[in-house]
Design a protein around this ligand. Structure first.
Ligand SMILES: [Fe+2]
Length: 195
């Protein structure tokens, strides 16, 4: 497997763990959690910075552009669908981010907003990741020569250095581990998907 695709698939694994944890958080939130708004802020921080800015940034800014140069269309087909799903995810994330701006325990209405958007986001991203792992990345591997794939991996490294301040990526991994430890995924509540 090309290192560029390895990087993206490994990031998917981390994102999936946090999605399972977010799902568990939503279930527990309905029973009342101390500091629930701050925990929600941690999920938004991770998902905004790691999943969207860093991971989707590598895909949209580097991988998709390379696929375009190998003949994949921009406005229809898999790249258009993946970009659209990234945009839908951002809408759910901003709704969750709005709730983190408030203070004190979550109101009934805020809980409902969190539940609706978090559940929709988890479902969206799980299916999205499944499509990328099983369809989009194999298409990229078939179309892009190995030497170009190596360049992509180096471009990912450079992108990460430019987008993230020193140590930020590592801190986001630590945050992911923390959230997964505090709110472990409950397989009984998991929606269908690879996580
Ligand atoms: Fe992805």
């Amino acid at each position: 497997m090309a290192r560029a695709i390895d990087i993206l698939m490994n990031e998917h694994l981390v994102i999936l763990r946090v999605l399972g944890s977010l799902e568990a958080f939503v279930v527990k939130m309905d029973r009342g959690i101390e500091g629930e708004r701050a925990f929600l802020g941690d999920y938004v921080n991770f998902l905004h910075n790691f999943a969207d800015k860093c991971h989707h940034g590598k895909e949209e800014g580097i991988l998709f552009d390379k696929m375009l140069s190998y003949g994949f269309p921009a406005k229809v087909g898999p790249l258009a669908v993946m970009r659209h799903e990234h945009a839908l995810g951002r809408e759910h994330l901003s709704a969750l981010a709005c709730v983190t701006q408030g203070s004190g325990p979550l109101s009934k209405r805020e809980r409902e907003t969190v539940r609706n958007h978090a559940v929709a986001y988890v479902d969206l991203l799980r299916t999205h990741i499944l499509k990328e792992n099983n369809l989009l990345y194999p298409m990229a591997l078939a179309a892009i020569p190995g030497s170009e794939m190596e360049t992509l991996a180096a471009d990912f490294d450079t992108f990460e250095e430019q987008e993230m301040s020193p140590g930020r990526h590592e801190r986001l991994h630590v945050l992911a581990d923390h959230l997964v430890a505090v709110f472990p995924s409950d397989p009984a509540n998991a929606s269908p998907g690879p996580g």
